[in-house]
Every structure is written in structure tokens, then in C-alpha cells.
Design a protein around this ligand. Structure first.
Ligand SMILES: [Ca+2]
Length: 268
């Protein structure tokens, strides 16, 4: 009897030690997974989004989220760069990342497109003249040719209801060397700075970009809206270079037109 009991106890001990070993190795695997796995989710349902196109255009890096929404960033990121996510039925998404941000698992929430949304430009655009200082904000990430000092695109929109307002969203911008960008430590240029990037809607100036970052929003005055519209973005110029025009070299991605319901944010 005692012998049998000893055997059973011994078996139990072997079993539990096996279970323990498995749990520990399971944890190690999970941590390794977390380190390398970034995830795309629906910002409303928090459910994984499969087949989203993830790219870092300035580095020529492209991948797709798998069936569980995860994706890997198998590329060296040294300086700030714009990461883009595109998926049918969703608003284009972009995020300025750097080595530090990319070293941690990213959970990116993307939003379903809404009625009246217009994607004006989802690709990365370089504005300027390709002449820039190596200490300019994010100069290391500048790749490809400049598209000139202007970006301009025509697009049509639906008529606004009285409770609605329209905005332009600049998904991401890097490389701005304005006075404010300099004061915020976004570049290492010692003395000079550029005028801000200007945003024009149907020929009227509606706003400026003075700092680098994501999701900058510019309201469109109602009276400027037509059925067919034109958005123009003009990069600034170095205010300390008078011998020739030195445009501020910037990279801009994910330019959108969106309609907002004003009553949704009002508590009156
Ligand atoms: Ca320049």
C-alpha cells in the first residue's frame, strides 16, 4: 500500500514539475513574441485587422498584417520616419516613429471610414528642393526626389449639413525647420529657421504647419467649400538665405478631408 502511494506521489511530483517547466517556458515564449509583434486593431471594436498594408515609405519597407493583426518591423530605424497603414474601408493611418518607439510593441488602432471622407493623398510626399542641412529635423530619412515646393490636388466633396464642419487632417509631417520646431528641439540647426508650411483651400490660406507631428487638424471656413475643391500645401523657405530661395525640405503623408458633426462635441 505504502509502496503504491509512494509511486503515485512520485508520479504526481513528476507531473507537477513538468507542468511548472511548461508554464515557465510558455512565459518566455510569450515575452519574445511581444517584443517582435506589433498589432493593428479596429479602434472601435479592438479586434485585430487582417491584411492591412503597413509601410515605411522612406525606407522602402512594406509588410502586411497577418490573420491575428500582427506585423513585424524587420528594418533598421535610426531617425524619425513616417509609418503608414492602409486598409480598405478604413481611414489611412500614419505615425511618426523612431528607434525608441519601434523597439517596443506597437498597438495601432485604425478607424473605419465615414461618409464624406476624402483621402486626398495617402502616399508620402517630399516638398522642397532637396537642399537641406544634415542637422535639419530628420534629414537622415529623406529619400527620393523632391516634388517641388508645392503640393496641389483637386477633389470633390458632399454638401455640408448645418450641423457639420469640414477639416483638413495632415496625418504626419517631418522635417519642418520653423522657429517653433527649433524651439521645441525638433532639429539641431543653430541659428537659421524657415517660415511655416502654408495650407491653402480654394486659393485662400486656411492654416500653417509650424511643428512636426501627427494628426494636425485645420478647419475649413464654410464659405470656402465648393463641390469641387483644391488643396494646396506650400513649404516654407529659409528666412536667413537671401542669395537664393532655399525651400524647407519636408515629408508629408496621409492628407485627408473629413466632415465632423459639431453637435457630437457640444454639451449645450
Ligand atoms: Ca532646402
Amino acid at each position: 500500500m505504502i509502496k503504491k502511494l509512494c509511486i503515485i506521489l512520485a508520479l504526481l511530483m513528476i507531473c507537477t514539475s513538468n507542468i511548472k517547466a511548461e508554464v515557465i517556458s510558455g512565459k518566455v515564449n510569450q515575452n519574445e513574441m511581444l517584443k517582435s509583434k506589433n498589432k493593428i486593431v479596429d479602434s472601435y471594436t479592438q479586434k485585430p485587422v487582417t491584411g492591412a498594408a503597413v509601410s515605411i515609405p522612406s525606407l522602402g519597407y512594406r509588410t502586411t498584417s497577418s490573420s491575428d493583426g500582427t506585423f513585424e518591423l524587420n528594418t533598421q530605424i535610426n531617425d524619425k520616419a513616417i509609418l503608414s497603414v492602409q486598409k480598405d474601408g478604413y481611414r489611412p493611418f500614419s505615425l511618426t516613429i523612431d528607434e525608441n518607439i519601434a523597439s517596443k510593441p506597437l498597438k495601432l488602432g485604425i478607424e473605419k471610414s465615414k461618409m464624406g471622407d476624402v483621402t486626398i493623398e495617402s502616399e508620402l510626399c517630399h516638398l522642397g528642393d532637396d537642399v537641406y542641412s544634415e542637422t535639419s529635423a530628420n534629414s537622415a530619412e529623406f529619400k527620393g526626389k523632391s516634388a517641388g515646393a508645392f503640393f496641389s490636388k483637386k477633389f470633390s466633396t458632399k454638401t455640408l449639413r448645418p450641423n457639420e464642419e469640414a477639416v483638413i487632417i495632415i496625418g504626419s509631417v517631418i522635417g519642418l525647420d520653423t522657429k517653433m520646431a527649433k524651439e521645441l528641439g525638433q532639429n539641431q540647426i543653430a541659428y537659421v529657421y524657415s517660415s511655416p508650411t502654408e495650407i491653402f483651400f480654394n486659393g485662400e490660406k486656411i492654416g500653417e504647419l509650424k511643428i512636426n507631428g501627427d494628426n494636425q487638424e485645420i478647419s475649413i471656413p464654410r464659405q470656402l467649400l465648393r463641390d469641387n475643391n483644391e488643396l494646396t500645401i506650400k513649404t516654407g523657405r529659409n528666412l536667413f538665405q537671401h542669395a537664393y530661395i532655399d525651400y524647407d525640405d519636408i515629408e508629408i503623408a496621409n492628407i485627408r478631408f473629413e466632415i465632423k458633426d459639431k453637435t457630437m462635441f457640444s454639451y449645450k
